[in-house]
Design a protein around this ligand. Structure first.
Ligand code: ZN
Length: 153
């Protein structure tokens, strides 16, 4: 495994739409492993492939240590309720802001074996799913803040 270089806020790549994964190759599996290692190295709870410079619809999420969700071509198929909580992003170090998200979402994706999985997340896991899936469409959490951005220098 390897720790990959992160893409940061001003890089226009973060605004691009990622393409679906058409075949789960050894390279894709390696990338998932490296994304998990990179996320853990930076103490993140989620990472999208675009954040390491790969425009593919791949996400890893770990809101509870030891439980890593690897999502290939994920999509939100149901959502309910709402929550407003503070979020940050490994691509925007030192910045936090309150976002408006669903209280819970249901996500469908492929796992690393190519099997369709369905996951339901609420609380932090829901926010992580929403945040990381937004990255796949070129969106950042700063696009929809409830009351502005907090920065720490
Ligand atoms: Zn992010």
């Amino acid at each position: 495994m390897a720790i990959l270089n992160l893409v940061y806020e001003r890089d226009p790549m973060l605004r691009r739409t990622s393409r679906p994964v058409t075949e789960i190759t050894p390279r894709i599996l390696q990338l998932l492993d490296d994304m998990t290692e990179t996320m853990r190295h930076h103490n993140g709870c989620g990472l999208a492939a675009v954040q390491v410079g790969v425009l593919r619809r791949l996400v890893v999420v770990e809101t509870e240590p030891g439980t890593v969700y690897e999502l290939i071509n994920p999509r939100i198929v149901a959502w309910t309720g709402e929550q407003e909580e503070t979020e940050g992003c490994l691509s925007l170090p030192g910045k936090w802001g309150k976002t408006h998200r669903p209280a819970a979402v249901t996500v469908r994706a492929l796992n690393r074996h190519g099997e369709e999985i369905e996951l339901r997340g609420d609380g932090l896991l829901c926010r992580a799913f929403c945040h990381e899936l937004d990255h796949l469409d070129g969106k950042l959490f700063t696009d929809a803040l409830v009351d502005g951005l907090d920065s720490e220098s």
